[in-house]
Design a protein around this ligand. Structure first.
Ligand SMILES: Cc1cc2nc3c(=O)[nH]c(=O)nc-3n(C[C@H](O)[C@H](O)[C@H](O)COP(=O)(O)OP(=O)(O)OC[C@H]3O[C@@H](n4cnc5c(N)ncnc54)[C@H](O)[C@@H]3O)c2cc1C
Length: 402
């Protein structure tokens, strides 16, 4: 059987983009099927940080933090037009749940995981005489302020950049195009999709489900279905305020102890995020009044100059969906690792990607490539697979500088 593609990736969010880029760079024939638009879902609704995630240290996710910090270093070096270092400030008040010694300990560990030689691991306690320069930060009961560095990006632009790179490497983007059904056959996967109002069929050797919060509905369209772990959709909201607090990012504690970012964004201020279980169509996710009011209260607690703002002053707001494994913990402390699930562990034809971070998209893509290599290499050159005879060198791709 001849196939149209080696790999069909469902979804042009950051995970689908990264997978398509890595697979195309390895010489495989790749197609990306996207129903809404590139970065139209979660990958344009994140906190836009390229970071290890200081708060993940609290839940012991050291491996994830180290991996993300490694990826941060690579992105800073290779996509400086999209990823830039920004100073982060953590104010500690007499009533903060995380005392100064704990923040210092966390930052020391974070610096260690970043690699002391990286140059990005320095942090310091901001002396009192500099507190006047902290964007009007509330000084009542303020006992310490720490400064460290992490990175900020434009998530949608980063995703578009990676999709463009995949396309430049030969991937085909079918957008808008929506998966109708996929069936595993003896030699690959037969895929039906709708584009331009018409039903089309293509054949691929492998299907990779990178549909983010649609992971379960995409899986339900596949035969056989992959056994997915129990997953929750957790909504996270941001609000945009019509004023600038300067170029610093503040990492503050909300009334319930959750960490919330106050960030510069296109001359305004972005505040987020929240965590709320979500059931329903991922297209319909939007911030609730309660979330907007919680975020406004949080920023007003720390920045007195924002206290005159009312709910109707919120310029814009958006919400995205995290895909998190159910494990009984609060969403705040659930693992953020990416899970790869497949129909056959040795020779997968159907692979689903659950969860993960914007920051670690390349690391996830490398794992996908490793996982698919036995299937993609199995019949290379013999069965008429899409990339048979092509000039690929899959084994070298992990070293390639994507
Ligand atoms: C509130 C919030 C804040 C976050 N902040 C950060 C952060 O600061 N830093 C960080 O590193 N990570 C962050 N993350 C995580 C990061 O944003 C996500 O891990 C990432 O964007 C998920 O990308 P994705 O490609 O898996 O999903 P998505 O971006 O949602 O892409 C999935 C795509 O699949 C498409 N699709 C679905 N079904 C079909 C179908 N049947 N046919 C065709 N196409 C289909 C959808 O249209 C969609 O475009 C945050 C997440 C949230 C929710």
């Amino acid at each position: 059987m001849s196939t149209d593609f080696d790999v069909l990736v469902i979804g042009a969010g950051i995970q689908g983009a990264g997978a398509a880029e890595a697979l195309a760079a390895a010489g495989y024939q790749v197609a990306i099927l996207e129903q809404l638009g590139v970065a139209a879902a979660t990958s344009s609704r994140s906190s836009k940080l390229i970071h290890g995630g200081l708060r993940y240290l609290e839940s012991g996710q050291f491996r994830l933090v180290r991996e993300c910090l490694r990826e941060r270093r690579w992105l800073l070096a290779n996509k400086p037009q999209l990823v830039r270092m920004v100073p982060f400030y953590i104010p500690v008040y007499s009533y903060s749940r995380r005392p100064a010694w704990l923040v210092r300990l966390g930052l020391s560990l974070y610096a260690l995981l970043a690699g002391v030689s990286s140059g990005y691991s320095r942090f310091r306690s901001v002396p009192r005489h500099e507190w006047d320069n902290l964007a009007g930060l509330n000084r009542d009961e303020l006992v310490a302020v720490y400064r460290y560095y992490d990175a900020q990006t434009d998530d949608a632009a980063l995703t578009r950049n990676v999709v463009d790179s995949a396309v430049a490497l030969g991937a085909r983007l079918i957008c808008p195009g929506s998966l109708v059904g996929a069936e595993r056959t003896d030699h690959g996967v037969r895929v039906d999709y709708v584009a331009d109002g018409q039903l089309h069929t293509l054949r691929s050797r492998v299907l990779v489900n990178c549909s983010g919060p649609w992971i379960a509905s995409t899986n339900a369209r596949c035969t056989p279905q992959i056994k997915l772990p129990a997953l929750d959709l957790v909504a996270g909201a941001h609000i945009e305020l019509p004023l600038s607090l300067g170029e610093k990012i503040f990492y503050v504690e909300a009334e319930d102890g959750r960490a919330v970012f106050v960030m510069p964004w296109r001359g305004k201020t972005l505040v987020g995020t929240t965590e709320r279980s979500y059931i329903g169509d991922p297209r319909d996710v939007a911030p609730t009044i309660e979330e907007e009011s919680y975020l406004l209260r949080t920023v007003q607690r720390y920045f007195p100059q924002t206290r005159a703002l009312q709910m109707h002053d919120i310029r814009d707001s958006f919400a995205g969906l995290r895909v998190l494994p159910q494990n009984g913990n609060s969403p705040f402390s659930r693992p953020r690792e990416t899970l790869l699930c497949c129909d056959d562990d040795r020779r997968p034809r159907l692979l689903a990607v659950a969860g993960g971070k914007l920051t670690s998209y390349r690391a996830t893509a490398r794992r996908i490539l490793r996982k698919l290599r036995p299937t993609l290499e199995a019949n290379a050159g013999g069965s008429g697979g899409a990339a048979a005879g092509s000039n690929r060198n899959a084994s070298s791709v992990e070293e390639r500088n994507l």
